[in-house]
Every structure is written in C-alpha cells, then in structure tokens.
Design a protein around this ligand. Sequence first.
Ligand code: BJ8
Length: 384
Amino acid sequence: MATLNLPADFETYAEARKAGFMRMKELKDNGARVIGVFCSFVPQELILAAGAVSVGLCASSEEPIRAAEADLPRNLCPLIKASYGFALTDTCPYFYFSDLVVGETTCDGKKKMFELMNDIKETYVLQLPSARDENALDAWEKEIIRFWKKLEDFYGITITEEDVKKAIELKNHERDVMLRFLELGKLDPAPLSGYEMGTRQDALGFNPDMAARCAIIEKRTGEVLKDWEANKKGKPSDRPRILVTGCPNAGVREKIIKAVEELGADVVAFDCCSGTREKIEKVDTTLPVTRALAKKYLNINCSVMSPNDARLDYISGMIDDYHVDGVLEIILQACHTYAIEATKVRRLVQEKGLPYLNIETDYSQNDRGQINTRLGAFLETINK
Ligand code: BJ8
C-alpha cells in the first residue's frame, strides 16, 4: 500500500476538531452566539445574519455510540447515534457551547432523535418538505420565515432584510471559493488526494471565521494549481479516478477513502454533503430573500427528497466532467433513503458503462479487512 502525499501543514479531522474547541471557548468567553446544526438544509444565511456562528454537530466518532444505545435502537445510523451520544454524555464541546440546536425533518431517524435531544438542550426543528413542487416551496419559505422569527425571539434581536442580504453575499462567495477547490478534481491527472480534499472541507466546519476559511482554501487551491502546472500537467496517470457518493463520510473516511487511495486510486469527486452538493447552487440575489433562500435550500440533492432525480442528473454530469472511471457509494448502516436510492445510482452508473461498488458500513473498525478486499477487487474491474 502506498502512503498518501499530504502537505506538511495538513491537519487531520481530529486535530482540526480539537483546535476548534479552543477557538470556540474563546468566542463564548467573549459573548459569541453559537448555533449547533446537523444538516446542509439549514439556511446558514439566517444564522450569520443573527450575528451567530454555526457549528456542525454531526458526529463521526464511534466513542459515544454505546451510551446512545441506551435510548436509541442499535440498528440505527451511526451518525445519529454518535451525535445523540455526544449530547447525552456531554462530551462534545460544540454541543456544550451551542445556545440552541437546530434540527430538521430529513430522515426519520434524525427527526425522532431530535425529540429526545430536545430534553437535553432546546432543539428547534425545521419542517422540511420532501417534495420540490410549488406547494413544497411555499411551505418551506414559511419555515424559513418561522426560523428567522425564532432567531429574533431567541436572542432578543432584530434581523433586518439588509442583514440577510449581506449574509447571502458572503455565503455565495464562500460557495464559489469552496467549489473552485473541490473542482480541482476535474484536472487530469488528479492534482491532490481526495482524502485531503474531504478532510479539509469537513475540518473547516470547526473554524467559525468565514473570512479565514475562505483564505485557507484559496491559498491551498493556488498552491495545488501551481504544483499541477509545474509537475503533473501533461503526464497521464494510470490511477483509476473515483467518484464517491452517498452518506456523509467523515466517520469512515480513513477506512474507505484513504484506503482506496492507498490501494492506487484517486478520489476526484464527491457527491455528498462535504463535497459539491450544497455548493453548486447559489442563492439567487434577484429574488425576494426568503423565496431565494427557500429555493436554494430545497434544491439540495439529498436522498431524503422524493423524487430526487436531480441527484442522478448531477452524478451523471460529474462522471463526465471529472473523467470518472468508477463510482463508490458509501451507505451508513440503516440509512434507508440512501440505501434505496442506491439502486437508481447503480443503474445509472452501469448504464454509463462504469463499475459501481456499494459499501454499507458503520463507524466500527471491524470491517476494515473486508472493505480493503472489496476495494481491491473493485479497482481490478476498472479498465484504465
Ligand atoms: S442534506 S445527507 S446532512 S440529511 S442521518 S440521512 S446518513 S440515516 S446525514 Fe444528511 Fe442533510 Fe442529507 Fe446532507 Fe442517512 Fe444517517 Fe439520516 Fe444522514
């Protein structure tokens, strides 16, 4: 197995999370407002407009799962169990520092878990519709307005339309910056490892300073481009180019994404929440703000939406744009929406003449060996 080529200043996800604790404590000591969130569907612009920072609470550690199973079924998504377990055992500083937790009615497991989480800390739930028609858009816009009001009441502040417009500009800019970084994967040969790309993207969530986040990513994008132009451009590689799709993968990144790259592939594209999924559509600044936010967020291609054909179209386009040789779908145990939608993804990939591998897993390390064997066999099916 080859070792990945990572930059000297590379911070692992665990290191970034730890460094973020101190920053967060400092912020709280200085009176900052902090909102904990679990999902890409939560309109970040309203949190920003409320003068608050948002922190992602989706957990990727196996550690708190046993404690969570006292209240939750064992056969449940590890992300849900771990997130609840951290809250229950009071071992996540980000949960601890959150003034308010914001949940959403995405998958059944999360929305029912939020009812229990509310007993630990106030958990406000956004009622996300699962369709994308006009009625759903109207209902979702009302939810956006309700959330706006909730933030005003919760903090005793007024959020003006100007505040929201400013937040929209800032978030749109951040989306552009992140997208430019993630789209480096279109370059052939791959200019950096997918392991680095995904880790950086997730780790940034622990940095509450948006300008700093953008600066870090712009700097790295520039370095990678420069290196590619000087050392890689025009030198074809025989490493298979992989698109990773499916559930959030932070909790299984080491045993799947790092592993497949160490076995000789390049992960070049991510159709997931730490990939391009939330970045591809910006908030339309020509529409009234609440309509614009509703439209943008309802269009996120997550499998909790039904139907969700836009995700299939997007994956198809990604396969072409990133010159993909094979698709690897990651399903977290008991995630029904992704597991069922995987049938459509597999059909699409096979119709495009490419190999497809589906790995269902949890946060344990028990299946590492089996996963390595399957990844090795998958790579052998790829004609490059
Ligand atoms: S927009 S992907 S962050 S819901 S928790 S659905 S893995 S069973 S996380 Fe997600 Fe928002 Fe969608 Fe993204 Fe499945 Fe687990 Fe549910 Fe999950």
